[in-house]
Design a protein around this ligand. Sequence first.
Ligand code: FAD
Length: 366
Amino acid sequence: MIEIAVIGGGAAGLIAAREAARMSAEVTVFEEHEGIGEPERCAGLLSLSGLEKLGFSANGSYLQNIVRGAMIKSVRGKWRILDAGRPIAAVVSRRLFDKEIAKQAEQAGAEIICGVRVENVKRNENSFQINTSGGSYRSRWIIDAEGAGAALLGRFLRAGSEPRRWIPIIQLLVENHGLDRRFVYIYLKNYLPDFFAYLIPIDESVGKLGIASRNPGLRKLLKKFLEEEFPGVRCLDSFSHVIYTGHPIDSTALFPMRFIPVGDAAGHVKATTGGGVIMGGLIAARIASAAAISLKKGSPDMLIAEAREMIRELERIAFLRRLIGRMNSPFLGILIALATSKLGGFYLSKSGDMDFQASSVLGFHR
Ligand SMILES: Cc1cc2nc3c(=O)[nH]c(=O)nc-3n(C[C@H](O)[C@H](O)[C@H](O)COP(=O)(O)OP(=O)(O)OC[C@H]3O[C@@H](n4cnc5c(N)ncnc54)[C@H](O)[C@@H]3O)c2cc1C
């Protein structure tokens, strides 16, 4: 009997496995792909403070670049700069980052089984039966970290993230962008009303270029964007996926079910940017530790309260995003101008946190 089964070997599942194993729980991760970190479907922009909170060094083999701020191009074509004046985020290879988490999870005692898909889950009285493409298992707890789509979660709990808030995204690996590698670049466009385009440099030439929108014909919009902003780049690689911009599921309310969604499966993502590695990881760590403590008959209350507070922060960020979505573009322009003004920049560089965005804006982030 497995104590904690983790479905999905992405960032959230692996961090959950590492933390539960560190608390002496017997953990098995099931990952359908043959290798951890593959295929790579992320820009890998992670705050340095978030990496530290998750216990990762900013100098790991996964590091590709360090940035200190963002340049934002308004719909009218005017550049604004948000400069923290210090390094604030790392650009990582998600393939190598996930492999590092897997290594740490295994060192802590977790078992990771790749190339095995969980087909369905059934609840017995005090345990779960997990049917996989590689045989059946039984476990006491399940942490569902199956990512976008979350088919098992939908079937098992009839719960899920908001389906309409998943936005199609295309990301290219490009060379010859020629931009300053110390910043990330955000492009607001009238034809991308529900998201934006970005360029995240790896160096002065190679970078990750993304464009997301529910507007039909995303490939055509990408072509238009490339013609407008990057006529000289060469595409080295590309993929399509989805990014979440909605409200999170309160996984802590599902704790008594012993089947708990984390990460993208639970919509534990910043709705403003679609970034989910740090916040999803921090919540998954607490949920998994709480499950491990419960197995040893301890009290998980403090960890659950911490996870709930982080989910509330994601709620506030989703609320902020909806508010911004309702603004007309002149008002949004004023907001960006304020944030990127000397005073706004000073304020954000002192109290700003890329992950706790709502609390930073409202001024009560610790
Ligand atoms: C283009 C793009 C750019 C992004 N950029 C950033 C960024 O810069 N910063 C950031 O923080 N976030 C970013 N994100 C979001 C980030 O990638 C996700 O929030 C993060 O990967 C979520 O981790 P996860 O473990 O929940 O899910 P995933 O990483 O998707 O992992 C889920 C895993 O579960 C496996 N799985 C699914 N079903 C089963 C099953 N039935 N059985 C076994 N295995 C299963 C999948 O194969 C997968 O490996 C980006 C996303 C996209 C699409």
